[in-house]
Write a protein that binds this ligand. Sequence first.
Ligand code: ING
Length: 321
Amino acid sequence: MTSPTASRTIVVGAAQLGPVQREDSRESVVARMITLLHEASSRGCQLVVYPELALTTFFPRWFVDDIGEADHWYETSMPGPSTQPLFDEAKKLGIGFSLGYAELTDPDARGTRHRYNTQILVDGHGSIVGRYHKVHIPGHAGHEPDRPFQHAERYYFEPGPEGFGVWRSFGGLIGMMTCNDRRWPESYREMGLQGVEMILCGYNTPIHYVPDPSQDILQGFHNSLVMQAGAYQNGTWVVGVAKGGVEEGVDSLGQSCIIAPSGQIVAQAYTTGDELVVASCDLDWCKRYKDTLFDFDKYRRPEVYTRITSQRGAVIAPENG
Ligand code: ING
């Protein structure tokens, strides 16, 4: 138990990655991640957050008819041969990290292998203390040849069945979400109702949004809007970490940032390449919001929120009779 005066401050590094091209080996990416880890160590970080699908290029931008041809994009063990050096170096430095990757599980009881967009939380001793399977899977499931590039996440990944978790680690309550999850208020609230104090979120976000190009110019605004709102409305830190830059011809958003429970951006990337963004995060700041404005137990009215969990789509209000 920490003394009442000791602050529960975590120095966090958002380890943004620039593009990972199709031919880039996992080993070359892990080497870049270890370079960022060393910088994090020199800047006093206890926790480093890497992007979604950090180890490979964003392969859902292509469609393959036989999904087995995509198996090589997935990890079948974690750590595996290419990621063991990252685990070893982090353990040696006593730094924890969060890592996003494509997971192909072992066969389950029915012999089915599952494909998840996965994120793990590793403590400073090199142990995996949390595993999250992305809940909100955007994009499409079939080949759409007219698109300039695919976003076929619904073909390559199943939605995570477990929902959102919060883990006691780094002296606080740490949650995880991935990319499109950050656009849905339910993601933050599900963790907020578990007392979350810091949410770690990696993302790969193409600037060009094929279904509505008018949104392209707003990608940076929407990125910070949703994470700032989620942080404030749940009294939690949010760490958003991009894989940015032009990856296989697709311009992807950078703007990794660290957001306080007030909703303020306290640190932000200013490149679209490999860049470490560092902030000292006092977890006790969360109480200023959880114990006042957003005292859920005092102010929330779940008895009138029934639509939120009973409906998937909107049921449009009837014409005035
Ligand atoms: N990517 C995108 C995201 O939610 C997207 C999908 C792109 C949505 C552009 C809206 C606009 O940031 C992932 N991987 O979820």
